[in-house]
Structures are given as C-alpha cells and as structure tokens.
Ligand binder design. Structure first.
Ligand code: HEC
Ligand code: HEC
Length: 266
C-alpha cells in the first residue's frame, strides 16, 4: 500500500525547515554539541519540501558530496545524476525507492561495477542519519530523474536507530595521541608524500584525507593502513601504490597515534 505524502503545509513543517536551516548553520560546532536532527515523523510535508530537505542533507550532514558528484564522473563514487530513474531498473523486482533505500542502508548489497565496496552505511556513525533524514534524502535522490513516491513507512523502523546517541556511543576513544600521530603522518609514516591532511601536505597521489573521519568508520581507516588492497582501491586512484608495509614498519604505539590523528580529520 502506498501512503501518499501529505499535501498540507502545516506550521509544523515550516518549523522543521527552520530548525534544519539552523542545523546547517551550526555545522562548524558539530564537535562541541550534538547536531540538530531533522524530525518529520508525524508531520505533513509536501514532496517538494521533502526533496529540498533531502538536498540539504546531501550537501551537509550526509557528507555525500565528499565522495559523490551529480553530473560529474571520475570521482571516488558513482555519478548520481539520473539515479531516480535508473534505480528502478537496477535489480529485477526492486522498486526505485527500494533500491535507493537499500543502497543507503546496506551499500554492500549493490556494489556498482568498477567501484570498491567502501561506502559506509549512512544510518550508522560517522554519518548517522535518522529515519526522517533518510526519508528526505531518498526523496531527493528519486527527484534526480525519477518520481518521488517514498513514504516514511518505506524506511525500516530500525534504520537510524543509532542516531546521534549512537554516534556518541560509538565515538571511539582510542588511547592514541593525535599530536604524536600527526608527526608520524608527516615523518616516519611518509603518508604526507601521497596525502594531504588539512594544513599538512599537498600531494595528489592519494585521496585528500582532510575529512576522512567524517565519511569513514574507524574500522575502515585502521584496516586501510594495515592492508591497503584488502579494502579495494579508491576509484580514480592507482591500485597497489599505497605501500602495504605499515603493519611492519610502524610500532603499535605509532600506529595507534596515527589512527588517533586521522580520526581528528573532520
Ligand atoms: C566514502 C565515500 C562515500 C560516501 C561518504 C557516500 N558514498 Fe555513496 N557510494 C560510494 C561508492 C564507492 C559507491 C559505489 C560502490 C557501491 O555501490 O557501494 C556508492 C554508491 C552509492 C549509490 C548507488 C549508486 C548507483 O548508481 O547504483 C547511491 C544511491 C549512493 N552511493 C548514495 C549516497 C548518498 C546519498 C550518500 C550520502 C548520505 C553517500 N552515498 C555517501 C561512496 C560513498
Ligand atoms: C606512495 C603513496 C602513498 C603513501 C606513502 C600512503 N598512501 Fe594512502 N593511499 C595512496 C593511494 C594511491 C590511495 C588510493 C588508492 C587505494 O585505495 O589504494 C590511498 C588511500 C588511502 C586511504 C583511503 C582513503 C579513502 O578516501 O578511502 C587512507 C585512509 C590512506 N591511504 C591512509 C594512508 C596513511 C595513514 C598513510 C601513511 C601511513 C598512507 N596512506 C601512505 C597512496 C599512498
């Protein structure tokens, strides 16, 4: 059964849009306090409002733009232009919204050919979108070449249960010392020869790591250093260039300090 998105523009929805703008403006303070969350449950919003909220999530809290572009190929993730139309033809028996929602919650279920399976589940930390945000985001993606028919009920009730609380709970407090890790990055680790990290370095050989902790899990970052090939190769970059020897050349303390430094890159 399809639940049509309400068409009544309530004061509620307007208030939501306002608080969302507030959230967008408060991004730089994300670390000091939990981000404002978009909550649309129980409210009535028009598809146009949903799409607009979804677009904002795409560029801000979702961090999608760090990996994806719309209408531009050659980045580390697929071009999302036309995804709303294409999504319905990807897997037989799966609707467009079904494919999009599954791509967001279980990226490993549909790995696009030519790309590594490195997209994080967006309802889990570090991105940790809630159900309303997933709903709006799905509407936005459907609007790219397709028809917006996603209802809140289409988003699994368990999705985003981690939310902000989950992000806080999962915020790994590693024993490492980020300052010492920064010195490893620029010195013994030689990372700086290939990577930029904030104000450090400028090499374009490997991906810019300036925001790596906003888009990737600590597990991925830790594994990538020890076994670069094991996580696949970031699209647009050469295979086998990142050295596989760090597990041997760094001490355990140096490794933990280095990871602690990388986790400050947001
Ligand atoms: C760390 C980089 C990264 C981030 C952040 C990221 N993605 Fe992805 N995404 C990928 C990669 C790589 C793929 C291709 C591999 C795959 O299918 O899992 C992909 C695949 C997808 C697909 C399937 C595309 C297709 O053509 O079938 C969708 C939809 C998608 N991402 C949406 C999003 C949205 C929306 C966000 C933000 C909430 C996001 N992604 C965040 C890397 C990322
Ligand atoms: C000789 C060049 C080189 C050196 C040195 C190097 N890397 Fe890399 N790194 C790369 C390349 C190229 C990629 C992208 C291709 C791939 O995925 O293997 C990459 C990918 C990564 C990624 C994944 C980025 C993403 O967006 O998913 C991380 C994290 C990373 N490197 C961390 C490090 C750290 C930490 C060091 C230092 C201990 C280091 N690298 C040293 C070349 C290098």
């Amino acid at each position: 059964m399809r639940v049509p998105v309400g068409v009544k523009v309530g004061a509620f929805a307007v208030a939501i849009m306002g608080s969302y703008t507030y959230f967008a403006n408060s991004i730089p303070q994300i670390e000091s306090r939990p981000p404002q969350e978009l909550s649309l449950e129980g409210g009535s919003v028009t598809p146009a409002q949903l799409v607009k909220a979804g677009e904002e999530i795409y560029t801000t809290k979702g961090t999608c733009e760090i990996c994806h572009r719309i209408g531009q190929k050659g980045t580390r993730a697929p071009d999302l232009a036309g995804i709303g139309g294409r999504a319905g033809k990807t897997k037989p028996g799966l609707s467009a919204k079904g494919y999009i929602i599954d791509s967001l919650l279980h990226p490993g279920n549909h790995v696009v050919e030519g790309y590594p399976n490195i997209m994080p589940a967006v309802d889990k930390p570090p991105i940790a979108l809630n159900r309303s945000e997933l709903w709006a985001l799905t509407a936005f993606l459907q609007s790219l070449g397709g028809t917006v028919d996603v209802a809140l009920a289409d988003i699994p009730a368990t999705a985003g249960a981690g939310g902000v609380g989950g992000a806080a709970a999962a915020a790994v407090t590693l024993p490492g010392d980020p300052k010492a890790g920064q010195a490893i990055f620029a010195g013994k680790g030689t990372c700086i020869a290939c990577h930029k990290a904030g104000a450090l370095g400028a090499s374009p050989v490997g991906p810019d790591l300036s925001q790596i902790a906003r888009i990737q899990t600590p597990e991925y970052i830790m594994k990538k250093i020890l076994d670069p090939a094991g996580s696949g190769t970031v699209a647009g970059y050469p295979k086998g260039v990142m050295p596989p020897m760090f597990g041997q050349s760094l001490t355990a303390k140096e490794y933990v300090d280095l990871v602690a430094f990388l986790l400050t890159l947001k």
